[in-house]
Ligand binder design. Structure first.
Ligand code: NAD
Length: 475
């Protein structure tokens, strides 16, 4: 209990502390046996994870519905399918990834051979967040076990059904000596962070990330921080009506069709030239109605807000009278159903919280600029986002966006698809994160690439040793 924090002795916390200590100790001992290093162990675990997902699709879907009201198709598209794809491709490639890579040797070192050998880091701690509670827990585990590590995962307590599914199911499928789940909230996290890990992989908010990084620094533990921020969408004028329509449809899909806007890579706000804003807003409304119907509170395809606390946080964003006055569509809320209607705002004040903080919910501010090129300056006035989306056919503008802004990724003419493309790294920069993962990038994130040099006891070059007399130096 957080209220007990100041008491001198809290027996429950002591128990948690002891449990955590024992779990970390067991994991470290198991890692030392070397069992997790073999290709057979890694493949076996990846296959087991695939079996877990295949055999528990319904249970996962139910847990996601319970925590977030996610529709089963959304659950499959964004979570279950992603884990299957990731586990299968790691299973297919892990042997290749593990193989030492030859490195060329400059003539100066002749005779010599060089290689780069990936080795596991050891005991990995993973914190996941609640909005994609399955994929954001299992995808890092796939990377960590592919690289031969042992794992301690702490799922988000704010998605309790998924957290308990993971705690009950992972030990039944995976090697329970090597992959352990600890459930709980901030108090448990604090206990975890008292220990030394060889890597911490964190998905969540910049605020908690800084606590995690500070603790990690005490042990020089490397971190990967997958954070969020305000991802903008630049909407250049698309003169062809069918391009315009498709772009708006994709914006609606990316704003409300993915966990009702509770997504790190969801669109936070749209930038558009003033003269096209009403056309854009009309089409946004049309697609919202087409996707979610007229009685949206009844909609079975719109995820719910995760809990009362986040519901309240979102409602507070609309309380500012100037923000409320900028609503051009939606705005209704239903606390009993944790429902917030897809809401569009036109030019809310730029210093209001809705424009200074990550929204992480179903509000879409449309921000008008005189010339679309000004959107670059607008984006650069804010912390570096996780993703920038830009709908444009103008190649010069595309190059300008890429070269004059900084973000985890830039996606032209689509949204969200980068998350599923594991040949591109996924991660942020600056306030949106440190490090990257997915596919081979995950393997690298959880490995140390060791430099190995083979030399031979022949061809001695004497001038490398003292005494450096005239004879040696003229040699
Ligand atoms: P959060 O920071 O509140 O929690 C993340 C994790 O940290 C949870 O497991 C939580 O239990 C744990 N935690 C809480 N208090 C802690 C403490 N004192 N010390 C250590 N760990 C602690 O974030 P959230 O609300 O779960 O997620 C929302 C944020 O995550 C948003 O900013 C979003 O953009 C970001 N996010 C990023 C990604 C990504 O892949 N980049 C994905 C999803 C969410």
């Amino acid at each position: 209990n957080n209220n007990n924090k100041n008491q001198h002795i809290d027996p429950r916390m002591n128990n948690i502390g002891m449990e955590v200590e024992e779990t970390v100790r067991e994991l470290r001992q198991y890692f030392k046996t070397g069992k997790t290093k073999s290709v057979a162990w890694r493949k076996n675990q990846l296959q087991a994870l695939l079996n877990l997902v295949h055999e528990n699709e319904d249970a996962i879907s139910k847990a996601l519905y319970q925590d977030l009201g996610k529709h089963p198709v959304e659950a499959y598209r964004d979570e279950i399918g992603g884990v299957e794809k990731s586990a299968q491709s790691s299973l297919n490639s892990v042997e290749k990834w593990m193989a030492p890579k030859k490195s060329s040797m400059p003539l100066l070192f002749f005779p010599a051979k060089g290689e780069l050998l990936p080795e596991p880091l050891g005991v990995v701690l993973i914190f996941s967040s609640w909005n994609f509670p399955i994929v954001l827990a299992l995808d890092p585990i796939i990377g960590a076990i592919s690289a031969g590590n042992v794992v301690l995962i702490k799922p988000s307590e704010q998605a309790p059904a998924c957290s308990s599914f993971l705690a009950n199911t992972l030990p039944r499928y995976l090697d329970s000596n090597a992959v352990k789940v600890v459930e709980g909230g901030g108090d448990v996290c604090e206990k975890l962070l008292l220990h030394k890990f060889d890597k911490i992989f964190f998905t969540g908010s910049p605020r908690v990330a800084s606590i995690v990084m500070t603790s990690a620094a005490r042990n020089l533990t490397p971190v990967t921080l997958e954070l969020g921020g305000k991802c903008p969408a630049i909407f250049d004028h698309l003169s062809n009506p069918s391009d315009f329509k498709m772009a708006v449809k994709r914006i609606v899909g990316a704003k409300w069709g993915i966990c009702s806007g509770q997504a790190c890579i969801g669109i936070d706000y749209v930038l558009v030239e003033e003269k096209y804003s009403s056309e854009l807003i009309e089409l946004l409304k049309k697609f919202v109605r087409r996707f979610y119907g007229d009685n949206m509170v009844e909609s079975k395809v719109l995820s719910r807000i995760v809990n009362k606390q986040h519901f309240q946080r979102l409602c507070n964003l609309l309380k500012d009278p100037l923000v409320a006055a900028s609503i051009v569509h939606g705005g209704s809320v239903d606390e009993a159903n944790l429902f917030i209607e897809p809401t569009i705002l036109l030019d809310p004040p730029l210093d209001a919280e809705i424009m200074t903080e990550e929204i992480f919910g179903p509000f879409l501010p449309v921000i008008t600029v005189n010339k679309i090129q000004e959107s670059i300056e607008f984006i650069n006035s804010k912390p570096k986002p996780l993703a920038i989306y830009a709908f444009t056919k103008d190649e010069t503008f595309k190059r300008k966006i890429v070269s004059e802004t900084s973000s985890g990724s830039v996606i032209f003419n689509d949204t969200l698809v980068q998350f599923l493309c594991d040949t591109l790294p996924f991660g942020g920069v600056g306030q949106s994160g440190i490090g990257r993962y997915h596919g081979k990038f995950s393997f690298d994130t959880f490995s140390h690439e060791k430099a190995v040099m083979h030399r031979y006891l022949c061809l001695e070059i004497e001038p490398r040793y003292p005494p450096w007399n005239k004879f040696k130096l003229e040699f």
